[in-house]
Write a protein that binds this ligand. Structure first.
Ligand code: UD1
Length: 363
């Protein structure tokens, strides 16, 4: 069986790593499986891409389509044109796409139009918010895919509701958590930890990159000011995404307790999360990692495609208006944050389950 694995943007890399490692294990056992890794080039900076390959032991991609940035349509079109050529040059039995980035959707469309089977890993999750490009990417990918690997029972239900047959849905757990658990002992203290004199549980981590939070400068300014003023003087470490950095430099936000740093590598970022008091974020993936690490997480969004992080885990959705910040931080400092549990099958063995299932399919 020949598989083409697609990765395009930062949150894809930690999801493909354990899948590739599980394929390598199957190859060691002489199973008939090989893969070709295609990087679309959606993310291209060293600290948004290369670092993850090095740290997570992901082999160099067989090809980088070098698509780069652009509007949603430009990026989608660029990926589709380049990926079609790639698939015609290198025939494959199955395309694996992960998550919900533009590369996920664009490559699914191309594969299906060439009559190639598609497996979607992290299928079926829904925010029902069509202002998010990721939601459209999820919906399109899930209409087209042949095999669906899911992280939760809710995802299974969402898929059944759009007519996906039960025998195509495989509830296997969470590949991102495979990576987290495999690397827990390798997490690396970044230099800033000591240079800023940080102490365990006495600083917060902040990440913001969604258009809804960062594309309007006045709103971002108001959010930031509420955050820095309500953390009781604790340091806030803010690894800044390129999208946010572009706008941030014009805002002139400065505070003694706000430390803006470049995007961090996987091992350093998760070290910082593991030891912090809480995370404030608009990411989806980070809410899964904080759930597994038992770290309080405040999500500045109105909705989430990962409700289990709130119902079972340590995440709380608070919306993204500046007025919500003070009350939620008061709650955090009152010491009554929920402890949370780990969702079913988020046990570090998801990728092995996926490869076992794929090997049993008649492709
Ligand atoms: C993408 C994903 C999002 C994911 C995020 C993680 C989509 C629709 N969104 O959003 O789901 O949470 O990645 O980072 O796929 N840029 C750089 N260097 C890079 C990459 C991007 O400077 O290596 C700049 C681009 O020029 C662009 C901006 O960052 O202006 C946004 O990049 P883009 O890939 O369009 O989407 P993200 O916001 O990163």
């Amino acid at each position: 069986m020949i598989i083409t694995i697609v990765a395009g943007a930062r949150p894809n890399f930690m999801k493909i790593a354990p899948i590739i490692h599980a394929i390598q294990k199957a190859q060691d056992k002489k199973r008939n499986i090989s893969y070709r890794l295609v990087h679309t080039g959606q993310h291209y900076d060293k600290n948004m891409s290369d670092t993850f390959f090095e740290e997570l032991n992901i082999p160099r991609p067989d090809v980088n389509l070098g698509v780069g940035s652009g509007s949603q349509a430009e990026q989608t079109a660029g990926i589709m044109i380049a990926f079609e050529k790639e698939l015609l040059r290198n025939p494959t039995d199955l395309v694996i796409v992960v998550g919900d980035v533009t590369s996920t959707m664009a490559c699914s469309i191309v594969a299906k139009k060439l009559n190639i089977k598609v497996a979607h890993i992290e299928a079926g999750i829904r925010s029902w918010d069509l202002t998010m490009p990721e939601e459209i990417n999820r919906m399109v990918t899930d209409v087209l895919a042949d095999y669906y690997f899911t992280t939760s029972e809710i995802a299974n239900i969402n898929l059944k509701n759009i007519g996906v047959k039960s025998d195509r849905i495989f509830f296997v757990g969470n590949v991102m958590i495979d990576t987290l658990l495999a690397n827990m002992k390798r997490l690396k203290k970044p230099e800033i930890f000591d240079s800023l004199g940080l102490e365990e549980k006495k600083y917060l981590m902040l990440t913001l990159h969604r258009p809804a939070n960062v594309d309007e400068s006045e709103k971002l300014k108001a959010l930031m000011s509420e955050i820095v003023n309500n953390v009781r003087g604790l340091p806030i470490i803010f690894p800044i995404h390129p999208r946010t950095a572009k706008i941030f430099s014009e805002l002139g936000i400065q505070a003694n307790n706000l430390h803006i740093v470049a995007p961090m590598g996987y091992l350093e970022f998760n070290y910082m999360v593991k030891h912090c008091k809480a995370v404030i974020t608009d990411s989806g993936g980070i809410t899964e990692e904080t759930t597994v690490m038992g770290i309080p997480c405040i999500t500045l969004r109105d909705n989430t495609e990962r409700p289990e992080t709130c119902v079972i885990g340590t995440n709380e959705l608070v919306g993204n208006t500046p007025k919500v910040i003070k009350p939620i931080l008061n709650k955090l400092f009152s010491g009554n944050w929920k402890k949370g549990n780990i969702p079913e099958l988020w046990d570090g063995k998801t990728s092995e389950r996926i490869i076992d299932i794929l090997l049993g399919l008649q492709l």
